[in-house]
Design a protein around this ligand. Structure first.
Ligand SMILES: NC(=O)C1=CN([C@@H]2O[C@H](COP(=O)(O)OP(=O)(O)OC[C@H]3O[C@@H](n4cnc5c(N)ncnc54)[C@H](OP(=O)(O)O)[C@@H]3O)[C@@H](O)[C@H]2O)C=CC1
Ligand SMILES: O=C(O)C1=N[C@H](C(=O)O)C[C@H](O)C1
Length: 239
Protein backbone atom coordinates (compact mmCIF):
# COMPACT_ATOMS: atom_id res chain seq x y z
CA UNK A 1 0.00 0.00 0.00
CA UNK A 2 1.13 3.59 -0.64
CA UNK A 3 1.11 5.43 2.70
CA UNK A 4 1.51 9.15 3.37
CA UNK A 5 2.82 9.91 6.87
CA UNK A 6 1.76 13.19 8.49
CA UNK A 7 3.99 13.83 11.49
CA UNK A 8 7.49 12.41 11.82
CA UNK A 9 8.06 12.41 15.56
CA UNK A 10 8.05 9.43 17.92
CA UNK A 11 4.96 7.86 16.32
CA UNK A 12 5.84 8.81 12.73
CA UNK A 13 9.17 7.01 13.06
CA UNK A 14 7.59 3.92 14.68
CA UNK A 15 5.01 3.86 11.86
CA UNK A 16 7.68 4.15 9.16
CA UNK A 17 9.56 1.13 10.56
CA UNK A 18 6.45 -1.01 11.02
CA UNK A 19 4.99 -0.04 7.61
CA UNK A 20 8.18 -1.03 5.83
CA UNK A 21 8.30 -4.30 7.78
CA UNK A 22 4.76 -5.03 6.50
CA UNK A 23 5.81 -4.36 2.89
CA UNK A 24 4.16 -0.96 2.49
CA UNK A 25 5.65 2.00 0.65
CA UNK A 26 5.98 5.41 2.36
CA UNK A 27 5.24 7.87 -0.47
CA UNK A 28 5.74 11.04 1.54
CA UNK A 29 6.42 12.44 5.01
CA UNK A 30 4.79 15.75 5.94
CA UNK A 31 6.49 17.36 8.95
CA UNK A 32 7.92 20.78 9.90
CA UNK A 33 11.42 19.23 9.51
CA UNK A 34 10.65 18.82 5.76
CA UNK A 35 9.11 22.15 4.72
CA UNK A 36 9.50 21.28 1.01
CA UNK A 37 6.88 18.47 1.36
CA UNK A 38 3.32 19.87 1.33
CA UNK A 39 0.20 17.94 2.20
CA UNK A 40 -1.74 19.69 -0.58
CA UNK A 41 0.65 18.23 -3.19
CA UNK A 42 -0.66 14.68 -2.61
CA UNK A 43 -3.57 13.09 -4.48
CA UNK A 44 -5.32 9.69 -4.26
CA UNK A 45 -3.21 8.56 -7.25
CA UNK A 46 -0.09 8.96 -5.08
CA UNK A 47 -1.35 7.82 -1.67
CA UNK A 48 -3.90 5.10 -0.80
CA UNK A 49 -4.14 6.35 2.77
CA UNK A 50 -2.59 8.92 5.13
CA UNK A 51 -1.67 8.33 8.78
CA UNK A 52 -1.70 11.43 10.99
CA UNK A 53 0.12 11.62 14.38
CA UNK A 54 1.11 15.23 15.02
CA UNK A 55 -0.07 17.69 17.66
CA UNK A 56 -3.41 18.73 19.22
CA UNK A 57 -3.18 22.13 17.46
CA UNK A 58 -2.37 20.66 14.03
CA UNK A 59 -4.54 17.54 13.78
CA UNK A 60 -7.90 19.05 12.80
CA UNK A 61 -6.46 21.07 9.90
CA UNK A 62 -4.40 18.10 8.70
CA UNK A 63 -7.44 15.80 8.79
CA UNK A 64 -9.65 18.26 6.91
CA UNK A 65 -6.96 18.99 4.28
CA UNK A 66 -6.32 15.27 3.72
CA UNK A 67 -10.03 14.52 3.33
CA UNK A 68 -10.40 17.41 0.87
CA UNK A 69 -7.46 15.98 -1.12
CA UNK A 70 -9.59 12.81 -1.41
CA UNK A 71 -7.21 10.67 0.66
CA UNK A 72 -8.61 8.47 3.47
CA UNK A 73 -7.02 9.33 6.80
CA UNK A 74 -6.18 7.38 9.95
CA UNK A 75 -5.72 9.91 12.75
CA UNK A 76 -4.12 9.18 16.13
CA UNK A 77 -3.45 12.69 17.41
CA UNK A 78 -5.14 13.42 20.72
CA UNK A 79 -6.37 16.64 22.30
CA UNK A 80 -8.39 17.99 19.33
CA UNK A 81 -11.77 16.26 19.75
CA UNK A 82 -13.59 19.57 20.41
CA UNK A 83 -13.32 19.88 16.59
CA UNK A 84 -14.35 16.30 15.83
CA UNK A 85 -17.89 17.12 14.69
CA UNK A 86 -16.49 19.54 12.10
CA UNK A 87 -14.12 16.83 10.82
CA UNK A 88 -17.04 14.38 10.73
CA UNK A 89 -19.00 16.85 8.57
CA UNK A 90 -16.11 17.12 6.10
CA UNK A 91 -15.80 13.31 5.92
CA UNK A 92 -19.53 13.09 5.19
CA UNK A 93 -19.44 15.89 2.62
CA UNK A 94 -16.42 14.47 0.75
CA UNK A 95 -17.37 10.79 1.11
CA UNK A 96 -13.76 10.02 2.12
CA UNK A 97 -13.04 7.67 5.05
CA UNK A 98 -11.91 8.98 8.44
CA UNK A 99 -10.61 6.59 11.11
CA UNK A 100 -9.98 7.86 14.64
CA UNK A 101 -8.85 6.15 17.84
CA UNK A 102 -7.52 7.73 21.01
CA UNK A 103 -5.40 4.58 21.30
CA UNK A 104 -4.58 2.12 18.48
CA UNK A 105 -3.22 -0.68 20.65
CA UNK A 106 -5.39 -3.80 20.50
CA UNK A 107 -4.70 -4.34 24.21
CA UNK A 108 -6.07 -0.92 25.17
CA UNK A 109 -9.20 -1.54 23.11
CA UNK A 110 -9.76 -4.76 25.07
CA UNK A 111 -9.13 -2.68 28.23
CA UNK A 112 -11.87 -0.22 27.07
CA UNK A 113 -14.24 -3.15 26.66
CA UNK A 114 -13.49 -4.61 30.13
CA UNK A 115 -13.64 -1.09 31.63
CA UNK A 116 -17.28 -0.67 30.55
CA UNK A 117 -18.20 -4.16 31.80
CA UNK A 118 -16.50 -3.49 35.14
CA UNK A 119 -18.17 -0.07 35.55
CA UNK A 120 -21.63 -1.58 35.07
CA UNK A 121 -20.95 -4.39 37.56
CA UNK A 122 -19.36 -2.11 40.17
CA UNK A 123 -22.24 0.33 39.98
CA UNK A 124 -24.71 -2.53 40.39
CA UNK A 125 -23.03 -3.74 43.61
CA UNK A 126 -22.32 -0.26 45.06
CA UNK A 127 -20.02 0.84 47.87
CA UNK A 128 -17.04 1.67 45.63
CA UNK A 129 -15.47 4.91 44.46
CA UNK A 130 -13.67 4.94 41.11
CA UNK A 131 -10.64 6.84 39.81
CA UNK A 132 -8.69 6.90 36.52
CA UNK A 133 -4.92 7.46 36.49
CA UNK A 134 -2.72 7.94 33.43
CA UNK A 135 1.08 8.07 33.40
CA UNK A 136 3.03 9.30 30.35
CA UNK A 137 6.46 10.63 29.32
CA UNK A 138 7.34 14.23 30.15
CA UNK A 139 7.12 15.35 26.47
CA UNK A 140 3.36 14.81 26.24
CA UNK A 141 1.57 18.11 25.57
CA UNK A 142 -2.08 17.21 26.27
CA UNK A 143 -3.65 16.15 29.54
CA UNK A 144 -5.55 14.08 30.40
CA UNK A 145 -4.50 11.61 27.72
CA UNK A 146 -7.02 10.79 25.00
CA UNK A 147 -7.07 7.22 26.30
CA UNK A 148 -7.92 8.41 29.82
CA UNK A 149 -10.79 10.47 28.41
CA UNK A 150 -12.17 7.50 26.45
CA UNK A 151 -11.86 5.44 29.66
CA UNK A 152 -13.68 8.12 31.69
CA UNK A 153 -16.49 8.30 29.13
CA UNK A 154 -16.82 4.50 29.25
CA UNK A 155 -17.11 4.61 33.06
CA UNK A 156 -19.64 7.46 33.08
CA UNK A 157 -21.85 5.59 30.58
CA UNK A 158 -22.31 2.72 33.08
CA UNK A 159 -21.66 4.31 36.50
CA UNK A 160 -24.27 7.09 36.61
CA UNK A 161 -23.18 8.40 40.04
CA UNK A 162 -20.31 10.04 38.12
CA UNK A 163 -21.84 12.83 36.08
CA UNK A 164 -18.63 14.68 35.17
CA UNK A 165 -14.84 14.32 35.40
CA UNK A 166 -12.08 16.47 36.86
CA UNK A 167 -8.36 16.33 35.99
CA UNK A 168 -7.25 16.08 39.66
CA UNK A 169 -8.22 14.21 42.82
CA UNK A 170 -11.69 15.23 44.05
CA UNK A 171 -13.86 14.65 47.11
CA UNK A 172 -17.11 15.33 45.17
CA UNK A 173 -18.84 11.94 44.81
CA UNK A 174 -20.35 13.02 41.47
CA UNK A 175 -16.96 13.83 39.92
CA UNK A 176 -14.72 11.19 38.40
CA UNK A 177 -11.08 12.00 39.18
CA UNK A 178 -8.84 11.56 36.11
CA UNK A 179 -5.33 12.02 37.46
CA UNK A 180 -2.39 12.71 35.11
CA UNK A 181 1.25 11.99 35.96
CA UNK A 182 4.30 12.79 33.80
CA UNK A 183 7.38 10.66 34.44
CA UNK A 184 10.57 10.14 32.37
CA UNK A 185 9.96 8.23 29.12
CA UNK A 186 6.89 6.21 30.21
CA UNK A 187 5.17 5.11 26.96
CA UNK A 188 1.63 5.05 28.36
CA UNK A 189 0.02 3.48 31.43
CA UNK A 190 -3.68 3.65 32.33
CA UNK A 191 -5.20 2.40 35.57
CA UNK A 192 -8.83 2.28 36.71
CA UNK A 193 -9.16 1.78 40.48
CA UNK A 194 -12.32 0.90 42.42
CA UNK A 195 -11.90 1.26 46.20
CA UNK A 196 -14.21 0.49 49.09
CA UNK A 197 -13.49 0.27 52.82
CA UNK A 198 -13.13 -3.49 52.27
CA UNK A 199 -10.99 -3.89 49.17
CA UNK A 200 -9.55 -2.50 45.92
CA UNK A 201 -10.01 -3.71 42.36
CA UNK A 202 -7.76 -2.42 39.54
CA UNK A 203 -7.79 -2.67 35.76
CA UNK A 204 -4.41 -1.67 34.30
CA UNK A 205 -2.84 -1.39 30.87
CA UNK A 206 0.84 -0.64 30.37
CA UNK A 207 2.26 -0.14 26.87
CA UNK A 208 5.81 -1.53 26.56
CA UNK A 209 6.66 0.33 23.33
CA UNK A 210 5.03 2.44 20.58
CA UNK A 211 4.95 -0.60 18.28
CA UNK A 212 1.51 -1.56 19.64
CA UNK A 213 0.09 1.83 18.57
CA UNK A 214 1.89 1.67 15.20
CA UNK A 215 0.67 -1.85 14.44
CA UNK A 216 -2.94 -0.94 15.26
CA UNK A 217 -2.78 2.22 13.14
CA UNK A 218 -1.40 0.19 10.23
CA UNK A 219 -4.20 -2.37 10.60
CA UNK A 220 -6.63 0.56 10.36
CA UNK A 221 -4.77 1.96 7.33
CA UNK A 222 -4.94 -1.42 5.56
CA UNK A 223 -8.70 -1.68 6.33
CA UNK A 224 -9.91 1.88 5.57
CA UNK A 225 -9.37 2.51 1.81
CA UNK A 226 -12.60 2.18 -0.19
CA UNK A 227 -14.85 2.79 2.85
CA UNK A 228 -16.88 6.00 3.23
CA UNK A 229 -17.76 7.10 6.75
CA UNK A 230 -16.27 7.57 10.20
CA UNK A 231 -14.73 4.53 11.87
CA UNK A 232 -12.99 3.45 15.05
CA UNK A 233 -11.31 0.42 16.57
CA UNK A 234 -14.61 -1.26 17.45
CA UNK A 235 -15.40 -1.38 13.70
CA UNK A 236 -11.97 -2.80 12.90
CA UNK A 237 -11.79 -5.33 15.74
CA UNK A 238 -15.49 -6.24 15.89
CA UNK A 239 -15.62 -5.47 19.64
N1 LIG B 1 -3.90 7.19 19.20
C1 LIG B 1 -2.80 6.57 19.61
O1 LIG B 1 -2.70 5.34 19.66
C2 LIG B 1 -1.60 7.40 19.97
C3 LIG B 1 -1.70 8.75 19.91
N2 LIG B 1 -0.59 9.52 20.12
C4 LIG B 1 -0.77 10.94 19.88
O2 LIG B 1 -0.16 11.24 18.63
C5 LIG B 1 0.35 12.56 18.65
C6 LIG B 1 1.84 12.54 18.25
O3 LIG B 1 2.55 11.81 19.20
P1 LIG B 1 4.16 11.68 19.08
O4 LIG B 1 4.57 11.13 17.76
O5 LIG B 1 4.59 11.00 20.32
O6 LIG B 1 4.57 13.23 19.14
P2 LIG B 1 5.94 13.89 18.67
O7 LIG B 1 5.97 15.27 19.27
O8 LIG B 1 7.09 12.98 18.91
O9 LIG B 1 5.75 14.03 17.07
C7 LIG B 1 4.84 14.89 16.46
C8 LIG B 1 5.43 15.32 15.13
O10 LIG B 1 4.43 16.04 14.39
C9 LIG B 1 5.06 17.21 13.88
N3 LIG B 1 4.09 18.22 13.55
C10 LIG B 1 3.63 19.27 14.31
N4 LIG B 1 2.75 20.01 13.61
C11 LIG B 1 2.62 19.42 12.40
C12 LIG B 1 1.86 19.70 11.23
N5 LIG B 1 1.02 20.76 11.17
N6 LIG B 1 1.98 18.88 10.17
C13 LIG B 1 2.81 17.83 10.19
N7 LIG B 1 3.57 17.51 11.26
C14 LIG B 1 3.47 18.28 12.35
C15 LIG B 1 6.03 17.62 14.98
O11 LIG B 1 6.99 18.54 14.49
P3 LIG B 1 7.62 19.61 15.55
O12 LIG B 1 8.26 18.78 16.61
O13 LIG B 1 8.56 20.40 14.72
O14 LIG B 1 6.45 20.41 16.08
C16 LIG B 1 6.64 16.25 15.31
O15 LIG B 1 7.67 15.90 14.40
C17 LIG B 1 0.04 13.11 20.03
O16 LIG B 1 -1.17 13.82 19.99
C18 LIG B 1 -0.13 11.85 20.89
O17 LIG B 1 -0.94 12.06 22.00
C19 LIG B 1 0.61 8.99 20.43
C20 LIG B 1 0.75 7.64 20.55
C21 LIG B 1 -0.34 6.72 20.34
O1 LIG C 1 1.19 10.97 23.73
C1 LIG C 1 1.36 9.74 23.84
O2 LIG C 1 2.50 9.25 23.91
C2 LIG C 1 0.18 8.87 23.84
N1 LIG C 1 -0.97 9.40 23.57
C3 LIG C 1 -2.21 8.75 23.47
C4 LIG C 1 -3.19 9.31 24.48
O3 LIG C 1 -3.19 10.53 24.70
O4 LIG C 1 -3.97 8.54 25.04
C5 LIG C 1 -2.09 7.25 23.46
C6 LIG C 1 -0.96 6.68 24.26
O5 LIG C 1 -1.32 6.62 25.60
C7 LIG C 1 0.34 7.42 24.06
Amino acid sequence: MKILLIGYGKMGKALEAQAQARGHQIVGIVDPSRPEVRLTDFTPAQADVAIEFTHPDAAFQNVVTTLRQGIPVVCGSTGWLHHFDEARAVAQETGVGLFYASNYSVGVNLFFHFNEYLAAKMHQFGGYNVQVREIHHVHKVDQPSGTALTTAQGIMRHFPTKTTWRNEPTTDAHELAVVSEREGEVVGTHVVTYSSTLDTIELRHEAHSRDAFAQGALLAAEWLPGKAGIFGMNDLLGL
